[in-house]
Design a protein around this ligand. Structure first.
Ligand code: DGL
Length: 251
């Protein structure tokens, strides 16, 4: 592994851009290869075996590109496949994300909380372990089936209709919202509009900090002293996605 090599980062689509944005705040000089697996999204309702297979395919691409670390910028893939990947690729550092439920415990334990995530994340063993450990007994778990899909599509009307249908009943009743899917920070304002004043919890800043620590520990931080390069790959070669991805990075 060498300092100038890129960091691989992937999601089922462009949602992981919300993770990359946080990473760029703490590691602006790294080179990145972002892989958007839009051909296979959504990941949220796939089996563990299917997700393992999809993730492994992407990991092999990153290894070919000689990536020095891999960020799993997808809560579903992190919950289902991080351990599988770590067991199979022991020399690679995998940095995974998880719904920021521990942060609710640390900063706002007593308040009613809504956890929004994919069905896959909410049903996963990994999330259940986290939930049992930090449960404040005032938490609603909401599997948002299909939401990542319509965010990926970028259709504002569909997003608003979805949120109205699924969130309005919680308006005024929840104080904390865990954004447990990397696509959801892209619609934070729309969520706020439906729910009213709430505090959002997002795992991405913690992942970014952890990635920095892992690189420092391995002496792999890039010291090139200038902004790195970001390469974008989409598994369905969708040019529109590429355009949106680079617009969202700057937001
Ligand atoms: N962005 C992903 C996550 O964080 C998954 C979305 C999907 O493909 O279902 O869970």
């Amino acid at each position: 592994m060498n300092k100038n090599e890129a960091i691989g980062i992937f999601d089922s689509g462009i949602g992981g851009v919300t993770v990359l944005r946080e990473i760029l705040k703490v590691l602006p000089n790294e080179n990145y290869v972002y892989y958007s697996d839009s051909r296979n999204n959504p990941y949220g309702d796939k089996s563990n075996e299917q997700i393992n297979e999809l993730c492994e395919h992407i990991v092999k691409i990153f290894i070919k590109q000689k990536c020095k670390a891999i960020v799993i910028a997808c809560n579903t893939a992190s919950a289902k496949s991080a351990q599988y990947l770590r067991n199979r690729y022991r020399d690679m550092s995998f940095i995974a994300i998880e719904p920021a439920y521990k942060m609710v415990h640390d900063y706002a334990y007593n308040e009613p909380t809504l956890v929004m995530a994919t069905k896959g994340t909410i049903e996963s063993e990994k999330f259940n372990f986290l939930y049992q450990k930090y449960d404040n007994h005032k938490t609603i778990l909401l599997p948002c089936v299909g939401l990542a899909d319509i965010i990926e599509e970028g259709n504002e009307d569909k997003i608003k209709a979805y949120l109205k249908e699924h969130l309005e009943q919680h308006r005024g009743k929840v104080k904390n919202v865990v954004l447990g899917c990397t696509h959801y920070p892209l619609i934070q304002e729309e969520i706020q509009e439906v729910l009213g004043q709430v505090t959002f919890f997002n795992g991405a800043p913690y992942l970014a900090q952890h990635l920095k620590e892992v690189l420092e520990e391995k002496d792999l931080v890039n010291n090139q002293g200038k902004e790195g390069i970001i390469q974008f790959i989409d598994s369905s070669n969708d040019e529109q996605k590429k355009k949106r991805f680079f617009e969202l990075i700057k937001e």
